[in-house]
Design a protein around this ligand. Structure first.
Ligand code: ZN
Ligand code: ZN
Length: 637
């Protein structure tokens, strides 16, 4: 065997006298520090097991357990451990696949009954035994036919199907202890490297996501490099449960859904609808301030028109259709068409542009029932939608205007956010040149404003590229809200034009944009962001008047009346109950101000406010309290 060189990330070079040599050995020779934290290795840029034998010149890079790549390997390896535990505990179970996902992993099983939450502690215990035994993950390769025979013997039909579909000549297997899995790898060197994991939930999942195939039982888990990180994550998970908008939405009397009405259709209760109204009011104000005009189109438009716009061709499966007088109509999934007809209702001069049409547009879109979730994914929702129709020269300025709008609004809600640009998808309309022009315009607007962004290849709308805004909530979760889409195609299809300085017809450009996006979804995000404890300016109920005894009811009624007259959203609890109980209930309702009305308040004609936080304010007059609320609203606190 000839000697060869091993490089460490272009730094050190080691001459190997005679190979082969395991990657782990090579790293040791190259004096890599903290070798006990290294769990895999990049060999010429490809991640591999530490036990991989090297017999020619390569460049190595250690993968540390707590790196992004390392965590992915840890999480995936933990799924192998879980599969082994499940196989030992539940004879006859069949395994399918077990990938790493964000923060953790899952594995799909086929068992005589679905797994339950109460199976998880037992599985965790078994996993801990496997971890403690520190079993090495051993890689082997064999011919596909051999592997098929092996898995068929074990009754592992899903593995057989996977190998058959792969159509490779050879496949790799990994074995730890008694458990062998088909896998590309890489894995941890041994199970003992797993230090912190937890099984979190079970769910049903169709084999290969196909509803015609068997329903498998999926077990989810999380895994981290160390206990501290796991604890932090679990705390966040608890916090997310506490803030769950579906539960809070019910507790706070915001909204509900009914099987009798249909999935993904929201019924707004008084407090939820009030919150919606506050947001809509806010939106109208913010739009008018920025030169938008309010418009409204109908819910139904003839299918012929949807064909002309390209929606029928490209978006049909998300739409609902109906028939009136033997004429087919489509229920609008977007608001663009009526806006274009409004534009076309008269001849526009360059002096009229830009036109900015704003609609709180109710739309219906078909979403698969499996993805519907509370307010976050629904079938009927209202977008704060606008279409800006402008000259090509105005495009940059208009995009910048929208980005500034997004910045203002996100600032008001105190959200951080990130930007992403999505480029041309496979199913799309328009020329390459137009797509190029529109994509460049979006990127330029962000570059000019020094806004960093990511690129999502092929994720644009069918009519144009877009900027997506992802906001970050109090738990650092990301949510899609605003989008800005550039469109050269619909103006063409609907023959939009304006008369330019030269007296000739020219084609305008259209921007489709939303700021909060779907109000339903945004409210869902807001509920979780604030944990239901809305700031005063957004609270459906800003103050509640609580009497100490029945003697105080007349003054309580006066206070309530004057609050309502001052435009404060107030309610009262005059029941003959203990004050402590009334306070507790108001606290559960997360009302920001409680006005305690006892004898002192009745005699002196004022109120003593108590804040949601438990803090008591000094006695004050009704006017002083109104001024205090007005100030909070003004500052959007
Ligand atoms: Zn694997
Ligand atoms: Zn649109």
């Amino acid at each position: 065997m000839k000697s060869f060189k091993i490089h460490l990330k272009d730094q050190l070079t080691k001459e190997v006298e005679a190979g082969p040599i395991a990657a782990q050995e090579a790293l040791r020779h190259l004096h890599v520090g903290n070798l006990h934290r290294v769990i895999a290795v990049n060999i010429d840029g490809e991640s591999r097991d530490l036990s991989t034998l090297i017999d020619s010149e390569v460049a190595l890079e250690p993968i540390f357990l707590d790196s992004e790549e390392g965590l992915e390997i840890l999480r995936h390896s933990t799924s192998h451990v879980m599969a082994m535990a499940v196989k030992e505990l539940f004879p006859g179970v069949k395994v399918s696949i077990g990938p790493a996902i964000e923060n953790g992993f899952y594995y799909d099983f086929d068992y005589e009954r679905p797994f339950r939450e109460d199976d998880l502690p037992k599985i965790e215990e078994k996993m801990k035994e496997i971890v403690k035994a520190d079993l090495p993950f051993e890689r082997s390769e064999m011919r596909s036919e051999e592997a098929i025979a092996l898995f068929r013997d074990e009754g592992e039909d899903y593995k057989v199907e996977i190998i058959e579909d792969l159509g490779e000549e050879r496949v790799s297997l990994y074995k730890q202890g008694s458990f062998t899995d088909l896998c590309r790898g890489p894995h941890l060197p041994s199970t003992g490297k797993i230090k912190a994991f937890r099984l979190t939930k079970v769910a049903g999942a169709y084999w290969r996501g196909d509803e015609h195939r068997p329903m498998l039982s999926r077990i989810y888990g999380v895994a981290f490099a160390e206990q501290k990180a796991l604890k932090k994550y679990l705390h966040k998970l608890e916090e997310a449960k506490r803030r769950d908008h579906v539960r809070l939405g019910k507790e706070l009397g915001f909204f509900s859904t009914y099987e009798d009405i249909g999935a993904g259709l929201i019924v707004w209760h008084p407090k939820g609808y009030m919150l919606r109204h506050i947001l809509e009011d806010f939106e109208i104000h913010e739009h008018l301030k920025r030169g938008y005009e309010m418009v409204k189109g109908p819910q139904l438009l003839k299918t012929e028109l949807w064909k002309r716009s390209g929606h029928f061709e490209n978006y049909r499966e998300n739409m609902y259709f109906t028939e009136i007088d033997e004429q087919s109509y489509g229920i609008k999934p977007m608001n663009c068409l009526a806006h274009m007809l409004i534009y076309n209702s008269k001849i526009r001069s360059y002096r009229d542009l830009p036109k900015r049409y704003f609609e709180l547009g109710l739309v219906h879109r078909h979403e698969r029932s499996g993805v519907l979730h509370g307010l976050l994914r629904v079938r009927e929702f209202t977008q704060d939608d606008a279409h800006i129709i402008c000259t090509p020269e105005q495009l940059d300025g208009e995009i910048k205007g929208v980005l500034a709008f997004v910045k203002d609004v996100m600032g008001i809600f105190r959200f951080n956010y990130e930007l992403e640009v999505s480029t041309r998808p496979e199913k799309s309309i328009g020329s390459d040149e137009d797509w190029e022009r529109a994509t460049t315009a979006l990127m330029k607007a962000m570059d000019d404003n020094d806004l960093p962004y990511q690129i999502n290849e092929g994720d644009g709308a069918f009519y144009g590229p877009k900027i997506d805004v992802k906001l970050q909530d109090a738990l650092e979760r990301k949510w899609q809200c605003a989008t800005v889409q550039c469109d050269f195609t619909l103006p063409e299809r609907f023959d939009l034009f304006y008369i330019d300085k030269d007296g000739q017809k020219h084609r305008p450009v259209m921007i489709h944009r939303v700021i909060l996006g779907a109000l339903e979804r945004f409210i869902g995000v807001l509920i979780e962001h604030y944990g239901g404890a809305f700031p005063t300016w957004l609270s459906p109920v800003q103050a509640t008047v609580l009497t100490v005894t029945d003697r105080n009811i007349p003054h309580g009624e006066n206070v309530l009346k004057s609050l309502l007259e001052a435009g404060i959203r107030a309610e009262a609890d005059f029941r003959n109950e203990k004050l402590s109980l009334k306070v507790r209930e108001a606290q559960i309702q997360k009302i920001p101000h409680m006005l305690i009305i006892g004898d002192k308040e009745s005699d002196k004609g004022g109120v003593t406010p108590r804040l949601r936080s438990g803090k008591n304010l000094p006695f004050m007059t009704g006017d002083e309290f109104t001024a205090l609320i007005d100030e909070e609203i003004k500052q959007r606190r």
